[in-house]
Design a binder for this molecule. Structure first.
Ligand code: NDP
Length: 296
């Protein structure tokens, strides 16, 4: 069997086009322009690239991008003041604080100071609680993107065995909650899981979010399973830097029913879902119906 390749790049382009169509309608019919504020503290090169891409794609979708670049030694008080101003600004519907923050800043405190209705990353403790109790929330972008691709491929996920490898707050745990919400039977595996190979082989849906290049070989994949590879690992090979997933792609693609490649799978969906969340936040803030198919 050769797996169907789930093209995250094409899927993300379609999500962005959908967002752009909704934004055009919001402007024409309601005089509203969704706005996303991105806050970057310090000069981490990778974060700067992410922030630039987010700003560019926000504008391309017709939304307003507000970029706030702060010095690495910005005090917690100054950062909290900025967030308070963004919370109060009616032109700002989404606020994202780029992580990781410099060590002297308390990330939990900062994230929890964002208005939960504007928390487009879905990391605020209120949104975590709402998701965990099956209520309407802002959903973290990477797992939301994975869910969209899974729904598109399977239609209903009800009753499927899902295994999520990784239990981080930003990927593994919310992914598991979303799969549970779609009535999968969910197992969360992690570094202490016994006989991980056997656990993975039971999965109709296998989500890898570990951060270890190619740690899941093809013979851990159930024939016909859907494999979602969240991992992004930079590896030096033959004098070149390569991006590899957490799944050994060739071996897994030979047995899986469908698989996301790295790059070009989950990665592009993350920013697309950030834009979708900003649109959703704008609709909710103005009492308008939410865009269909762009939320959990
Ligand atoms: P974390 O480091 O926060 O979490 C990794 C998880 O993997 C932990 O729960 C850890 O278990 C588990 N783990 C580590 N080693 C093993 C092992 N040998 N066997 C089983 N489980 C193991 O990572 P993130 O969740 O933040 O990210 C995971 C990957 O996804 C990374 O490659 C990251 O770059 C990528 N990523 C991609 C995004 C995208 O847009 N495509 C967005 C976010 C992340 P334990 O808890 O026991 O330590």
């Amino acid at each position: 069997m050769t797996a169907k390749v789930i093209d995250g790049k094409a899927f993300a382009a379609e999500v962005r086009a959908q967002v752009a169509r909704h934004v055009t309608r919001l402007k024409q019919e309601n005089g509203l322009t969704p706005g996303l504020a991105v806050v970057l503290v310090g000069e981490d090169p990778a974060s700067e690239v992410y922030v630039r891409n987010k700003g560019k794609q926000t504008v391309e979708c017709g939304m307003t991008s507000f970029e706030h670049k702060l010095e690495a030694d910005t005090s917690e008080g100054d950062l909290l003041d900025l967030i308070a101003r963004l919370n109060a600004d009616s032109a700002v519907h989404g606020i994202l604080v780029q992580l990781p923050l410099p060590g002297h800043l308390n990330s939990d405190l900062v994230i929890n100071s964002i208005d939960p209705a504007k928390d487009v990353d879905g990391f605020h403790i209120s949104n975590v609680g709402l998701l965990g109790t099956g209520q309407k929330s802002m959903v973290p972008c990477t797992p939301l993107g994975c869910l969209m691709m899974l729904r598109d491929h399977h239609g209903s996920l009800s009753g499927l065995n899902a295994v999520v490898v990784g239990r981080s707050n930003i990927v593994g745990k919310p992914m598991a909650q979303l799969l549970l919400g779609d009535s999968c039977t969910v197992t969360i595996a992690h570094s202490r899981t016994k006989d991980l190979a056997e656990v993975c082989r039971r999965a109709d849906i296998l989500v890898a979010a570990v951060g270890r290049a190619e740690m899941i070989p093809g013979d851990w994949v159930k024939p016909g399973a859907t494999v979602i590879d969240v991992g992004i690992n930079r590896v030096e090979r033959d004098g070149k830097t390569r991006l590899l997933g957490d799944v050994a792609y060739d071996g897994a693609a030979a047995v899986a029913g469908a698989i996301t490649p790295v790059p070009g799978g989950v990665g592009p969906m993350t920013i697309a879902c950030l834009l979708a969340n900003t649109l959703t936040a704008c609709c909710r803030a103005n009492g308008l119906p939410e865009p269909e198919g762009l939320t959990a």
